[in-house]
Design a protein around this ligand. Structure first.
Ligand code: ADP
Ligand code: MG
Length: 555
């Protein structure tokens, strides 16, 4: 029948449940943060849908989250009066895995089996974390706009099956009840729950209430235990680093701290608040995730509208996480409208500038953190050189490379560092691209410049060749690949070169004859001091490395 049934979890859910319960134990407290965050999302969704259906809010307009426990029954409940779920939604949301990121992650595990709890946390495992501390979870829900008899109860022990049953639910919303495992009694204590709420969920924009306790005994009266105002709406002076970090973690599902952030209120002909974070590490699969960008939430006058990372930031800043809250946009914006709205364009420009400013500051003030940023997201930022001509110079300033003057392969040299070390009269920033740092560093094409003590940037990131095609100039200096075109020599070297050209003229003529059509020209090299010969391209030819890349990919 449709009133009571038992279903199997989708195979991937069973897999996630297994991973979560076996690897999240050391972070088990996060279950409460996850359930509260879901309750808060549900309130956000209702507030948004109520724009079109004001009657859904009318009789019970104060959105809230209630946390309570029953020590005798060993249950802990998180209740919200948000959007609620009907039967189909319960099946879809708690019985299947929607995120393609999670699917890819699971596939990658099949290959090397080792699960990293930090990574698991990133994928909507939120709800399933309840099974770390509970041996049975009951979800009772009624969707906004449906009647009491449409209520549904979902229940599972997290072992592969769940049951569904129709029940009367007097009011809209969702209650998640955890039947705690025998050794999890610590979550049946008021002070413990309160300290978890204030540590992890203080920033939630809805009141989180708990029963008022008198002499350790719960009473029938509720009191609000969080600040209950969206974090980004609070004055900076009130907020501690820890508040920002906790908000970041609940926003990003990251277990580690953010590297840095910028929190701003813009007032003028356009009013909005932005809170933008730079993570310390790339999430799993980040480089493959270009098509499904997430992480920047758009609010309009505190109402959550949608994830709008794509509309509010350019692709090369897709590592940024955060919130934008606009006072001016119409609440009924659609994705299509966002795409071509002039106000949105201005917000996007302002956010881009904020992030670049933030990175600038980080590079100057905290070089070590900047190096962490660069190793996680440097190659993404490089895309901006091609994609954002308007900010090209600013992005170029943020680039870091290995060079013939720096120690080891770590990219630590900026273009400004390079310019600071240029020889008197040197007009060109020299670089070489290759498949690896070792290949770049060992290239015979560097010899002449090395002999003159001229620094060369060693580029070996896959994207470098492409990027360099757009980065032809910086701070008034031209950038040039050492393997292309002529290399200018100083006066002494020029004399010496003439002499060797004369001395070698017979050999050159013979080589031209032998190689014939296969080369355009044979010249006495200005590049080499040790190796006998090297291949050189005309200034506008594709570099050898790019040719190899294209050849490998079948071109
Ligand atoms: P995520 O929150 O990242 O989507 P979760 O595992 O935490 O992943 O939750 C899965 C889905 O279940 C949510 O996206 C939401 O649709 C639904 N859900 C969970 N808790 C609630 C709730 N309290 N009210 C309404 N829907 C909920
Ligand atoms: Mg969640």
């Amino acid at each position: 029948s449709t009133t009571a049934e038992t279903r199997k979890f989708e195979a991937e859910v069973a897999q996630v449940l297994h991973l979560v319960t076996h690897s999240l134990y050391s972070h088990k407290e996060i279950f409460l943060r996850e359930l509260i965050s879901n309750a808060s999302d549900a309130c956000d969704k209702l507030r948004f849908e109520a724009l079109a259906h004001p009657e859904w809010l009318a009789d019970d307009a104060e959105l809230r989250i209630d946390v309570s426990f029953d020590a005798a029954a060993r249950t802990l409940s998180v209740h919200d009066n948000g959007i609620g779920m009907d039967r189909d939604e319960l099946v879809a949301n708690l019985g299947t895995i929607a995120s393609s990121g999670t699917r890819r992650y699971l596939e990658s595990l099949a290959a090397d089996k080792k699960a990293d709890s930090r990574l698991i946390g990133q994928f909507g495992v939120g709800f399933y974390s309840a099974f770390v501390v509970a041996d049975r979870v009951t979800v009772t829900s009624r969707r906004a706009g449906t009647s009491a008899s449409d209520g549904v109860r979902w229940e599972s022990d997290g072992q592969g099956e769940y049951s569904l049953e129709s029940v009367e639910v007097p009011k809209r919303g969702t209650t998640v009840t955890l039947h705690l495992k025998a050794d999890e009694s610590e979550f049946l204590e008021t002070w413990k729950l309160r300290s978890l709420v204030s540590r992890y969920s203080d920033h939630i924009g809805f009141p989180i209430r708990m029963p008022k306790a008198v002499d350790g005994e719960a009473t029938a009266e509720w009191e609000t235990v969080n600040s209950a105002s969206a974090l980004w709406t609070r004055p900076k002076s009130e907020l501690k680093d820890e508040d920002y970090q906790n908000f970041y973690k609940s926003l990003s599902h990251d277990f580690s701290d953010a590297l840095t952030w910028t929190h701003n209120r813009v007032e003028g002909n356009q009013n909005f608040t932005s809170l933008l974070y730079i993570p310390a590490k790339a999430p799993f699969d980040f480089m493959n995730g270009r098509e499904e960008r997430k992480g920047l939430k758009l609010y309009i006058r505190r109402v959550f509208i949608m994830d709008a990372s794509e509309q509010l930031l350019p692709a090369y800043l897709r590592f940024v996480r955060g919130v934008v809250d606009s006072d001016d946009l119409p609440l009924n914006v659609s994705r299509e409208i966002l795409q071509q709205n002039r106000q949105v364009e201005r917000i996007r420009g302002a956010c881009t500038k904020r992030v670049l400013d933030l990175l600038d500051k980080l590079a100057v003030d905290e070089a070590e953190k900047y190096a962490t940023f660069w190793s996680a997201f440097g190659s993404v930022l490089k895309e901006g050189i091609a994609e954002d001509a308007g900010n090209r110079e600013r992005i170029a300033k943020l680039l870091r490379f290995a060079s013939t003057h720096s120690e080891g392969a770590a990219p630590s040299v900026s273009l400004d560092d390079y310019i600071g070390r240029m020889k008197a009269g040197q007009e060109i920033i020299w670089y070489i691209t290759a498949d690896s740092y070792a290949a770049a560093k060992g290239s015979p094409q560097l010899e002449a410049l090395k002999a003159q003590g001229v620094e060369v940037l060693l580029m070996s990131d896959r994207i470098d060749e492409w990027m360099a095609g757009y980065l032809t100039e910086y701070a008034g200096k031209k950038l040039r690949h050492v393997g292309k075109g002529e290399i200018e020599l100083d006066a002494a070297a020029s004399e010496a070169h003439k002499a060797s050209e004369e001395a070698a003229s017979a050999v050159v003529a013979r080589l031209k004859e032998l190689l014939g059509e296969r080369v355009r020209d044979v010249k006495v090299s200005r590049r080499l001091t040790e190796s006998p010969s090297c291949l050189v391209l005309d200034e506008y030819d594709m570099a050898l490395h790019l040719r190899r890349v294209l050849k490998q990919s079948g071109h």
